[in-house]
Each structure stands twice: as structure tokens, then as C-alpha cells.
Design a binder for this molecule. Sequence first.
Ligand code: ADP
Ligand code: ASP
Ligand code: MG
Length: 424
Amino acid sequence: MALIVHKYGGTSMGSPERIRNVARRVAKWARAGHQLVVVPSAMSGETNRLLGLAREVNPGTPDAAAMRELDMIAATGEQVSVGLLALALQAEGMAAISYTGWQVPVKTDSSYTKARIESIDDARVRADLAAGRVVVITGFQGIDETGSITTLGRGGSDTSAVAVAAAMGAAECLIYTDVDGVYTTDPRVVPEARRMNTISFEEMLEMASLGSKVLQIRSVEFAGKYRVPLRVLSSFTPWDINIDEEARSGTLITFEEDEKMEQAVVSGIAFNRDEAKFTVVGVPDTPGIAYKILGAVADANIDVDVIVQNVSHDGRTDFSFTVPSGDFQRVSDLLKDTVVPKIGALQFTADPRICKVSIVGIGMKSHAGVASTMFRTLAEEGINIQMITTSEIKTSVVLDEKYMELAVRALHRAFGLDAPANLV
Ligand code: ADP
Ligand code: ASP
Ligand code: MG
């Protein structure tokens, strides 16, 4: 008997019939003798609908007070889901109870709309499990020290599930979703993408941080920090498939590098449309420029991603960086009202229509020339590269958004990822 955490995403929870299927699958695991904690997301489209309502009543750029209310609103989607799933489990003859984040409690910091989990008190959940109940806990939400409801950022139910698994020392955390594992790239963009049986933790971390929405980045960070065995698998297999077969399906995130993984130089391609590029033009080229520009952005709690400072001419230089698209307006306001006048720059330009495409692979550590293959492939397609950034196991380029799919497909082919599965 093991303690297992299941997480079900929005599509998997998308209708009463699907929720009943989730309940049947969970019941199958519980009847096999396992203790089950289940973390569902809001029903698909629900979080967008709720945030859309919020925008209708207050279209302005949300300040801190407004962000608190956004979390109050968005968190309700998951509250409905846990109640429905617990009810569906009861209809299956299982003892089940649901909790919101604040009831557990899942304590977070106060960064509304992107809060971080600080601690989880599992006493109540353990008591229910010991009493033979399936426990259903909301994804995506928690409570801060002032008692306000917080949310963990889009896709945050993955992180809730892994954090619960870590806090409770679960034997495994199974992330059930609408694809049957982690692919070499998003199979909705490249139909030739291949599912991987395993992916190393390091690669998964890069893929997630570079835009592969299959797992929220923080869930992978948690899994790494607490060594939570993590598997991504389909919620659309028949609910009554053999449980051992189900337990081996999908993609396992592994913590040890093995020889097979060494063979793949590039194991995956990630992309992200949700970034915007800013260029501060004609900045006086004096020490401290980066700090003056990016310090102001960081103080507003906005994450900066790719950064490029150009060669200076006549004592002035251009400085470009990217931020999440959701922060576009705030960064525009910040540059216009404070940064540009304060540092004596000439002006700034803003481009929301960019994308970032990245190649990821542990094998890049020991292979030269991988980046040049990437640049050649993009050149052959006539795609102009606006920015480049590299680390040991990834190379990212910033491109005009209109080239995104073309670039991803061309790179997928160029690095041999279209080929039939032969690595696993
Ligand atoms: P859920 O609602 O279950 O959390 P998400 O939509 O957040 O599901 O994540 C699953 C989606 O991630 C898939 O439908 C797929 O389009 C997308 N995706 C992006 N990159 C990958 C990848 N490398 N492998 C698998 N799926 C990916
Ligand atoms: N419901 C939230 C979202 O849509 C959290 C999640 O699905 O993981 O982002
Ligand atoms: Mg998700």
C-alpha cells in the first residue's frame, strides 16, 4: 500500500462525464489498496472565464489590491472542481472529502497571481486517509499570512500536486493530462513529435521554464528539490485499464542521467509566445545601466528573461530585454514614466509579437556545434534571429512570432527528432 497523489488538469475535469471517469479511475487505485490524494484543476475554460469577468468589471492594469481580488475570483474554479470530484467519488461508493487550499492549509507568500507555496500542514489530510477516505484538495490556490486567498500562477495545479506529494512523502505523483506524456515538442504544433518514456529532471526543468506548458516550472523545481517521483500520463485511456500498465505508461521524470539519454544531443524543442520585447534606445553608456533599467523592473516584481546590451556608439547604447506578455502594460508604463526620463535615454520601443524558441538537451554539454546547426537551420528558412541566449543544456532564440511554428518544425526535423523512436 502506498500513498499516491493524482493530479487531473482542466480538460480531464472538463465535463460531468469526465469527472465521473476521473472518480472511477481514482476509485480503481484506492480499491487496489493505495491511499489517494487527488488534486484537480478547474474545469477547462473556467479560469479564463473567471478572469474575463474580472476584466469586464475593471479593465485597468491590476495593481496589488486588484491582484488580490483576481485570486479571490480565480480560486473559485478549483473549489467547484474538488466538490464535484468528491461527490462523484461518493457516487462510486468511495468515502471522499474535499478541501480548499486554506482549509488544508497550503500556506503561500503574498505575491498574488503568482504566489509561492511556503508550507503545507498535512495533519488533517493524514487523519482522513487513516480513516479510509480519498482526499481531494484544490490545485492552484493557497492562503497567505494575512488570511487572503492566493493563486500560484497559470498551470499552478501541477505545483500544488507535487508540493502535496513532497510534503506527505508520497510514493509517486501522477500528473494526468490530455496528452499521454512529455513529447519532444508540443504534439499539437508538430504532429511528428515523439513521446519520451523518460526525461531527465534537468531537461524537464528547462523544457518547462522555456514554455512547455505540460508541467508548470515550479512543479518540476519541487520535484527536484524533494525528489518526488513524477510521471505525466493520459487521463483519456479507458479508466479501467490494468493498473500496472497504467502505472508504467506516460513519461517518467528521472533524476539519474543514464547512458541512453546521453545519446540524444537535443532531446526537445520548447517555445513560448507569451513574452514581449522592450528596447531602451540611446541609453547613456555609463556603469550601472543594466541595474538602473532592470532594477526598476525587478522592483515591480516582474521577471526579466532574455537580456541583450548592444555595442555602444557615440557614448550611447541600446538595451533590450523580454518579459512575460502579461506584464506588457506595466513595463510600458514603467519605462515611459520613470526609467527613460530618469536615465536620460532617448526613447523605448515595445514589441509584443515575438516568440522564443529553444532547443534543450543534456547532450549539448559535450557536443560542440549544436547552436550553429540551429542558426543554420533558421537561416535556411529565412528566419531572422533577434536575440540569442545559451546555457549548458539549452540555446534559445527570440524571433518574430509569425515564424514560430515554422522554426519549431524545422528544428525538430534538423535535430532528428522526427525520426521513429529509437532512443528508449
Ligand atoms: P492540463 O490542463 O492537464 O494541466 P495543459 O494544457 O496545462 O494540461 O498541458 C498539457 C498540454 O501541454 C498538451 O495538451 C500539449 O499541447 C502541451 N505541451 C506543450 N509542450 C508539450 C510537450 N513537450 N509534451 C507534451 N505536451 C506538451
Ligand atoms: N486552473 C488554473 C489555470 O487554468 C490552474 C491549472 O489549471 O493548473 O491556470
Ligand atoms: Mg496544466
